[in-house]
Structures are given as structure tokens and as C-alpha cells.
Design a protein around this ligand. Structure first.
Ligand SMILES: CC(C)(COP(=O)(O)OP(=O)(O)OC[C@H]1O[C@@H](n2cnc3c(N)ncnc32)[C@H](O)[C@@H]1OP(=O)(O)O)[C@@H](O)C(=O)NCCC(=O)NCCS
Length: 161
């Protein structure tokens, strides 16, 4: 049986994707990143923003991650609302984990709102664990859960998930 994900490719984000990325971002978050945020990610030598592309180069979702020394960090991930629940988020985060590992990360961290059940479920499903809490991290005073994915010694990235 043909898998729906077969028609989806994960590629480096480019400036051409930004209009669609911003539409998803604005729909997904109360305090969305601006175009300049994404432009900074495209320029940074430590960052590797990715998009999931469907047919006709439609952007279905994206993930912005960075790598520095032994740590990877996932900064932003979102999927187009009408494509949520079809494993696009999982594909994006799995790819980001694999790339962090290839670049030399021993672990990958991220922050998430405790109220974000979908995102927390996704991260737990992929093997992240809650390791702490940042008090009043978000603009509305909400704490952030700090989650980490720890690669095991012989994991090359990709066996992770
Ligand atoms: C979080 C988000 C990226 C998930 O993307 P998605 O493509 O819908 O997720 P997937 O279909 O890949 O789901 C993978 C796993 O996540 C969990 N999950 C996803 N959506 C869920 C939901 N609404 N409720 C509970 N669990 C959910 C499930 O464990 C699922 O695994 P399963 O399909 O085997 O049950 C998406 O909901 C989104 O864009 N949310 C808005 C932006 C956001 O909150 N980003 C995270 C900021 S930290």
C-alpha cells in the first residue's frame, strides 16, 4: 500500500518558502515568528531550517533547528492545520534529530508549553523526556517544559526514531 508520506519530501528551507511558512506560523502560534526571524535562521551557520513539501511544492510544515558543540536545539516546528495528524510533524522532527546527530550532537533540547498536548505527545512518542521547567518563559507567563532527546552511544541518528 502506498504511504501518504511517500509524496512528501523534507528539504532545506529557502527564501522562496517563506510566504507559505509565515502563513503556517501565523496560524499556529499566538506570538508568531516574523519574516526576519526566519531570514536569520536561513543565514545562521548554526541553523538548518527544513520544510516538508507536498505535491506542487506546497509547504506542509517546517522545523527550525540549530546545532552547537554537543547540543542540538529545536526552535520552532509547525504543520499546516489541514495536514495535522498525518505524521508530517513526526517526519520533520525525526529528520531534525537525524541531522543534529550527523552534525555531532549528543542530545537535542526544546521548550514546549505544558498546555500543548499535541506537541508534547509527539516529542514523547519520539523519545524525548521532560528534564526541567523554565518559569514564566512565555509571553503570557506560562512556564515552558524543557525536554531532551538523548542519543545513545552507538546511535547514528535515524535509528533514533
Ligand atoms: C505539534 C504538531 C507539529 C504535530 O504535527 P502533526 O503532523 O500533527 O503530528 P503527527 O501527525 O506527526 O503526530 C505524531 C505523534 O504526535 C502525537 N500527536 C499529534 N497530534 C496530536 C494531538 N492532537 N493530540 C495528541 N497527540 C498528538 C501523537 O503521539 C502522534 O503519534 P501517533 O500518530 O502515532 O499517535 C502540530 O500539531 C502543530 O503544528 N501544532 C501547532 C504548532 C506547535 O504547537 N508546535 C510545537 C511548538 S513546541
Amino acid at each position: 500500500m502506498k504511504d501518504e508520506l511517500d509524496d512528501i519530501s523534507v528539504c532545506p528551507m529557502t527564501e522562496r518558502d517563506l510566504e507559505q511558512v509565515l502563513a503556517i506560523e501565523n496560524d499556529a502560534f499566538p506570538l508568531p515568528w516574523t519574516r526576519n526571524h526566519f531570514l536569520d535562521e536561513l543565514k545562521s551557520p548554526h541553523s538548518f531550517p527544513l520544510v516538508a513539501l507536498g505535491q506542487d511544492v506546497v509547504v506542509l510544515g517546517y522545523v527550525c533547528s540549530m546545532h552547537l558543540l554537543d547540543e542540538g536545539h529545536i526552535l520552532d516546528v509547525a504543520v499546516r492545520k489541514d495536514f495535522c495528524g498525518r505524521r508530517v510533524g513526526r517526519l520533520l522532527v525525526e529528520t531534525a534529530l537525524r541531522m543534529c546527530r550527523e552534525k555531532g550532537a549528543d542530545f537535542v533540547s526544546l521548550e514546549v508549553r505544558p498546555s500543548n498536548v499535541a506537541a508534547i505527545s509527539l516529542y514523547l512518542r519520539l523519545g524525548f523526556a521532560e528534564v526541567g521547567r523554565r518559569k514564566g518563559y512565555y509571553e503570557n507567563g506560562e512556564d515552558a517544559l524543557l525536554m531532551e532527546y538523548l542519543f545513545n552511544n552507538n546511535e547514528e541518528g535515524g535509528d533514533a526514531v
